[in-house]
Design a protein around this ligand. Sequence first.
Ligand SMILES: Nc1ncnc2c1ncn2[C@@H]1O[C@H](COP(=O)(O)OP(=O)(O)O)[C@@H](O)[C@H]1O
Ligand SMILES: [Mg+2]
Length: 242
Amino acid sequence: MSSSPILACVDLHKSYTMGRVPVPVLNGIDLEVREGEVLGLVGASGAGKSTLLHLLGLLDVPSRGAVYLRGEDVSSKGGQRRSALRNRELGFVFQFYHLISELSALGNTLLPAMVAPRPWTWLLQRGRERARARALLTRLGLSARLSHLPAQLSGGERQRIAIARALLGNPSVVLCDEPTGNLDSRTGQEIMDLLFEINREQGTTFVIVSHDDRLVRRCHRVARLADGSLEAVYNPQQPPAS
Ligand SMILES: Nc1ncnc2c1ncn2[C@@H]1O[C@H](COP(=O)(O)OP(=O)(O)O)[C@@H](O)[C@H]1O
Ligand SMILES: [Mg+2]
């Protein structure tokens, strides 16, 4: 594992406005995500974990401070440029899967390629993308479920589709927001195992928001947020007193 930061933020602030009143949510976060690591992000509900994940994932823009991808300030780029970087470099997995109910497992996995900014890319590459989606779903244990709709699948199977979709573009970093939060203990464990296997096999970097102790203990490093500030970054084998 190399230790250069693939993703970083410096003095990151975020406020939401409620009516006219700004409500500060992140108060100056400095954090580096190292290439090839699994970084856990923990903290009480409302601490700002999802907000930070969205900012690191270029899904939202900071009120102040900057996000760096491979050393390049990406937060100040325009929306189109940020979308292009996001499509090329980042993948997302959410607690509630966010699948399209009318699309099959294969269709959902292919969605990022189908909505690529240049439609002709999809037309030219759909055969290859389809083969890749099939291979990914097979890798994730879903070879017999390719044409199933989300409603016909279990929670664990739906989350596997969401993982396949996140991996389709071969992202450098996958950002996960409570990926096992909606699953029973055993299924959660299987999803966890998959994420760590992908990290080992492909060197994909992961940032995972989680309340699940079993998952957090397996992370390479853990960052703890409290009230919008970074309270500690530590090795989960030697956690500081909280
Ligand atoms: N779109 C929004 N508008 C206003 N307040 C928000 C918005 N999103 C989140 N918040 C507030 O920001 C705080 C942190 O939220 P969040 O990042 O979702 O925390 P966590 O993921 O750690 O539970 C919470 O107090 C939440 O109510
Ligand atoms: Mg959250």
